[in-house]
Write a protein that binds this ligand. Structure first.
Ligand SMILES: OC[C@H]1O[C@H](O[C@H]2O[C@H](CO)[C@@H](O)[C@H](O)[C@H]2O)[C@H](O)[C@@H](O)[C@@H]1O
Length: 630
């Protein structure tokens, strides 16, 4: 799939592959240009921002002089080491791109290798610090160049010729069969001495070893193992090693509608996205990452539970003010380009449910029997639940972070039920201390209210908000969190209504922008995670054939290296939104694992251990749910 794009502008969103070092990530186009890289962290200012403007905002091209798309591209198996190849009239050349796991400073390594014949290559390095705003002072030295401005310095070492032309560093050389021409870019704080050099070949084998050792630990995912492994590597690359935080995506402002204003900064840690990512990592056996994220969570949310935010910075920072980078022209004219995210200040009630659900999952998956009873996060869980008890009845912004008027979103209330349910289970089943009867009564009250006000009996479907008629893809999660059994007629009715009224070409919209006031003009594509949720709901409803068919269709929307952004435009057949997005990839992993095991699972049970919750065990579950809800 290819993105036809404006000349001189960035490539199609689906034309990008990611490389990263667990602190930050770069996007590499099919034309061999690194068009996005923030250094030293995911949320630092970009030194390559051509993705959101023109090459003048910073990029690093390395490709045959005639240019054009590479002939083929792939990751080295089980790794985040990217290989792009060009077959030209004159020969065959390969460029290997990667970021070695981080020590004190950050490196990007690009190795050009001649495979056959003799190919003339061109490098064009345009360094612009602070998202294209700052042109650095560049000096030549024996190893290459050093670029400095303000807090940043970048060194490029190579044996290839380099010359400065119009504030760019140009490198033209010929690579013959069997020859190798490496480039190493290193970022360091400008007040520090020149950092150590990197030996490119050794760095490549170390980086490959790091990733292959990591991916070999992935639990078997059956027929979809390759897709699952690629998604898990992507999720791992979105985690920030020093703290265990997980970003929603490494980019900002890739648009949900081309040319529109729905452009957001995703380089932060959403409690929702990260808890769902954690479910997929745990399902695949990655307990260390799950433990690191749990520790991050406990530090980030520590304090007054009334101050709980829906998202934080990589180190748990709370202030994430939204700003526009007015000097950038936006991805194919999509403005504004934003940093920060005002959603951090919203009330989104579902987050309490997701956090408490996730902590019950990690209790089951990470702590042994004795430790479960001494769960060190329990005081925090009690405090969160006490606070939710006071606020659950308020209107909120919902999981889609709508910027219109607050409403009583059905999904938010269902997740408040989840919070109470998990606390009641922990107290009742594990003997942890807490007001069992009070929270059991609260759980029943919320359940009753949702059934009375969030369900349209005339149409046999749950609705987006109390008393409304609109549908919402989040309603597909009702059986997954255990609010009702998968085969409940009201769940089946909701699935059918969503298939009928909320899909485009069989893929699922979050909601209909023209009907739900989200405070923003324009529309958006279909939301890929929601389409995977339909897979799960169909599987739970006993429609495994349809679920498999939809899942395989979704797999076909991935780009050439297995990556998905947030949304898909069925009309132009292009990816939309930030890239790659954790939301899409964790949804892919959980759907694949459930399809492989042939049954839908409940969100608070690790997928691998899930008792059957599909239709075959429907009556037992229905009985249990009925008991729980009374
Ligand atoms: O659609 C408007 C909102 O879009 C973003 O939120 C979406 O991304 C989040 C991160 O993946 C996800 O948690 C949320 O459910 C999605 O709706 C944006 O971050 C918001 O500021 C914006 O209002």
């Amino acid at each position: 799939m290819s993105g036809g794009t404006a000349p001189g502008g960035p490539a199609g969103i689906e034309d990008y592959a990611m490389i990263g070092d667990l602190h930050t990530a770069a996007l590499v186009s099919t034309e061999g240009s690194i068009d996005w890289l923030c250094l030293p962290r995911f949320d630092s200012p970009a030194c390559f921002a051509a993705l959101l403007d023109t090459p003048d905002a910073g990029r690093w091209l390395l490709a045959p002089v005639d240019g054009g798309r590479c002939t083929r591209r792939s990751y080295r198996p089980g790794t985040l080491v990217l290989v792009s190849e060009w077959e030209t009239d004159k020969g065959h050349v390969r460029v290997t791109d990667f970021m070695p796991p981080r020590d004190e400073v950050a490196d990007v390594v690009r190795i050009v290798e001649g495979i056959r014949g003799s190919v003339r290559m061109r490098g064009e390095l345009v360094l612009r610090f602070d998202y294209g705003h700052v042109v650095p002072w560049v000096r030549r030295d024996q190893q290459g160049i050093r670029a400095v401005a303000g807090p940043d310095s970048v060194y490029v070492e190579t044996a290839a010729p380099l010359k400065g032309v119009d504030m760019r560093t140009i490198s033209e050389f010929t690579v013959g069969e069997g020859e190798s021409v490496p480039f190493v870019l290193t970022w360091a704080p400008s007040h520090q001495p020149r950092p150590r050099s990197v030996e490119p070949a050794a760095a490549r084998s170390d980086t490959e070893q790091f990733w292959t050792e990591w991916s070999q630990r992935c639990a078997d995912a059956g027929p979809y193992h390759a897709a699952v492994e690629r998604s898990l590597i992507t999720l791992k690359a979105l985690s920030y090693a020093p703290t265990g935080g997980i970003v929603a995506a490494p980019t900002t402002s890739l648009p949900e509608q081309l040319g529109g204003p729905r452009n957001w900064d995703y380089r932060y840690c959403w409690l929702r996205d990260a808890t769902l990512t954690l479910q997929s990592l745990l399902a695949a056996g990655y307990t260390e990452e799950a433990a690191a994220w749990r520790d991050w969570l406990l530090r980030a949310v520590a304090g007054d539970p009334a101050d709980l935010q829906i998202m934080y910075g990589l180190h748990g920072e709370r202030r994430l003010p939204e700003n526009a980078l007015t000097w950038l022209s936006g991805y194919q004219g999509s403005l504004p380009v934003r940093t920060g995210n005002a959603a951090a200040e919203q009330l989104q009630l579902d987050v309490w449910g997701e956090v408490l659900d996730c902590l019950s999952l990690t209790r089951a998956g990470l702590l042994d029997g004795g430790a479960r009873k001494r769960d060190d996060s329990w005081p925090l869980q009690l405090a969160l639940m006490n606070h939710l008890e006071e606020i659950w009845h308020r209107p909120d912004n919902g999981l889609w972070e709508m910027r219109g008027p607050r409403r009583h979103f059905t999904h938010s209330k269902v997740m408040a039920w989840v919070a109470a349910d998990r606390m009641v289970k922990a107290i009742g089943d594990l003997g942890l201390p807490g007001p069992l009867e009070r929270w059991a009564a609260l759980r029943d009250t919320i359940h009753r209210e949702v059934m009375e006000r969030g369900f349209d009996a005339g149409r046999n479907t749950f609705v987006q908000a109390y008393g409304g008629r609109e549908l919402d893809a989040s309603l597909l999660l009702i059986p997954k969190v255990g609010f009702l059994p998968h085969d409940d007629p009201r769940v089946i009715g909701t699935i059918e209504a969503i298939q009928r009224e909320l899909t485009v070409d069989g893929l699922v919209l979050r909601y209909r922008n023209e009907e739900s006031d989200d405070g923003l003009p324009g529309g958006e594509g279909v939301f890929l995670a929601c389409s995977f949720w339909l897979v799960d709901a169909l599987l739970g409803a006993g429609r495994a054939g349809e679920a498999t068919e939809l899942f395989e269709r979704l797999l076909s929307l991935r780009n050439d290296v297995g990556l998905l952004s947030e949304e898909w435009d069925p009309r132009t057949r292009r990816q939309l939104g930030n890239m790659p997005q954790a939301f899409s990839h964790f949804a892919l992993v959980t759907s694949a694992m459930q399809l492989d095991r042939g049954r839908a699972h409940r969100s608070n049970v690790p997928i691998g251990n899930a008792p059957g919750t599909g239709p075959s065990s429907g009556p037992a579950l229905a009985e249990r749910a009925a008991t729980e809800n009374n």
